[in-house]
Write a protein that binds this ligand. Structure first.
Ligand code: CIR
Length: 259
């Protein structure tokens, strides 16, 4: 069997206690967040994924942001060691879920990596050097992926939580970027589509096969994408945005490959 699996995770009853780095805490409507996450999962299904939702306990406020717990490439899944200590409990269930699809490796202490910092673009793996991903973690990731031909490069990130808040993949040739948050020149081998300057958080788009999932929050950048022939499916992620989550954060997309 081949296809795409989207691993997602339930929203913890304690989402209100989530980690926050750049945002002030604002009340989150849990029922609305859950309804929006359900709609996100239905959109993933519409894009051709089989959704596998993991459960979450009250001891893991940020569990819904499952992207941060692993880095999945065709050859391997690397279970991360999230930079926020409160999130390290999240990795066990993700490890079990991914074991069915990939050989596993792990980032070990004192290394830290958040999956939101890891942009796999062809055989280049860009990793944000942020409060969540340290040099030791980046070095470990580079050593784990090098045998498969991946070259890993650290990227400084300004003013946002993760690298993928500032740059994500549109296609094998093109990236969506916020050039004020990263040195865009590092990505010179790619065609760059820039976010509208009025929408600095708009660089996070989820590529699913040849299609895309995006937030309804960025109409100006959506127009720019349309000019490049990209018409994503859109979902309202406004409640999880208050927890500093963006579109890619809510899933791990795993292409089923023969093993
Ligand atoms: C955190 O600070 O860890 C969560 N509140 C938000 C994580 C968002 N994840 C992502 O961008 N990949």
């Amino acid at each position: 069997m081949s296809g795409l699996v989207a691993i997602t995770r339930a929203i913890s009853s304690r989402l209100a206690d989530c980690e926050l780095t750049h945002l002030q805490r604002a009340p989150i409507d849990l029922a609305r967040a859950r309804a929006q996450h359900d709609a996100y999962e239905r959109a993933l299904e519409a894009l051709g994924c089989r959704v596998e939702r993991l459960t979450a306990g009250p001891d893991m406020p940020d569990s819904v942001f499952v992207e941060d717990t692993a880095v999945v490439v065709d050859e391997l899944a690397v279970i991360t060691r999230p930079g926020a200590a409160s999130r390290r409990i999240e990795t066990a269930a993700v490890r079990d879920a991914l074991a069915r699809y990939r050989p596993l490796a792990e980032i070990a202490a004192p290394g830290t990596i958040d999956g939101g910092d890891v942009l796999v673009a062809g055989r280049t793996v860009y990793v944000g050097m942020t409060s969540r991903s340290n040099q030791e973690g980046i070095g470990q990731l580079a050593r784990l992926l090098a045998p498969f031909g991946y070259v890993t490069r650290g990227v400084p990130v300004r003013g946002c939580l993760h690298l993928k808040s500032a740059v994500t993949v549109l296609s094998d040739r093109a990236l969506l970027v916020n050039p004020s948050a990263i040195p865009a020149g590092l990505f010179g081998a790619f065609d760059l589509v820039e976010v509208d300057p009025a929408e600095p958080a708009a660089a996070n788009i989820l590529r699913v096969g040849t299609r895309h999932l995006y937030s309804t929050a960025f109409p100006r950048t959506l127009e720019r994408l349309a000019r490049h022939g990209i018409v994503p499916l859109t979902v309202d992620g406004s409640e999880l945005a208050k927890a500093e989550g963006a579109t890619t954060c809510g899933s791990l997309i795993v292409a089923e490959v023969g093993r």
